[in-house]
Design a protein around this ligand. Structure first.
Ligand SMILES: [Zn+2]
Length: 247
């Protein structure tokens, strides 16, 4: 195959089906290679989350008849194709090959715990969110706030939400349905996409409801041992809360 696939005009059959968005607990899947470029493989479907919304791209392995390689990052390309970036000088499959991809599940599951914990933090601190970032070791959420905060109270509130084991679920609504409910759009940093037709809402029953495309847990109890770390002032209107998983 010459050139990169995602430079082509948009064709639905060249987009990557995002299995992770419908079931975040899928660890592996079979797929077919639809494109190969200098350092990445594009598949017809994948369980790998592409970097976005503050959450890193997944890593793992890809294997095929006669070979395998490490996937060191996952990114969106244009037009809905998802690039699985391979380690330098890796062997690689060819377009049309059947492959299997498997996540580094331990890392991804920590991302899901962190991501869900940040939703809980956002529900406890009712301020506009100005930014955020997730990693397996440490995550953070920034708020437009100047009020004093009691870190121990905050820790207790966060842990109570974990212990209460709220159900977490996703649903899709149309642009029109969202437009009729402007309160849904609480975050300042990530506005829901306009004109996409459908928007994915993340609901933590009785706790939080907002547009989000990330990977989450099924229940808040799975967040486990979470702790507020450093609270930093990052500008007059910006306070950063770091969180950690203690296991
Ligand atoms: Zn989310």
């Amino acid at each position: 195959m010459n050139g990169s696939l995602y430079d082509d005009t948009r064709e639905p059959d060249k987009m990557t089906e995002d299995l992770f968005r419908h079931d975040s607990y899928l660890k592996a899947c079979d797929a077919v290679v639809t494109g190969v470029d200098d350092d990445a493989i594009i598949l017809d479907r994948t369980v790998f989350y592409p970097m976005g919304g503050g959450q890193p791209g997944d890593i793992g392995t890809i294997s095929w008849d006669g070979g395998s390689a490490s996937i060191i990052d996952t990114r969106y390309a244009e037009r809905g194709a998802i690039r699985h970036i391979l380690a330098e000088d890796s062997a690689r499959p060819e377009a049309g090959d059947a492959v299997q991809v498997e996540l580094d599940w331990d890392r991804r599951y920590r991302h899901m715990r962190m991501h869900t914990a940040l939703h809980l933090l956002g529900s406890v601190l009712q301020y506009g969110v100005t930014g955020g970032s997730i990693s397996a070791e440490k995550s953070r959420l920034d708020f437009d706030m100047q009020d004093a905060v009691d870190k121990e109270e905050l820790n207790s509130a966060l842990r109570a939400l974990v212990e209460e084991n709220h159900v977490v679920s996703c649903r899709w609504i149309t642009d029109e349905e969202l437009a009729a409910q402007p309160d849904l759009v609480r975050t300042l940093s990530v506005q829901p996409p306009k004109g996409a037709g459908k928007i994915r809402l993340l609901e933590i029953e009785g706790v939080d409801l907002q547009p989000c495309g990330g990977t989450h847990l099924h229940t808040t109890g799975e967040v486990g041992q979470v702790r507020i770390g450093k609270v930093e002032n990052k500008g007059k209107h910006n306070r950063r809360f770091n969180i950690h998983l203690d296991d």
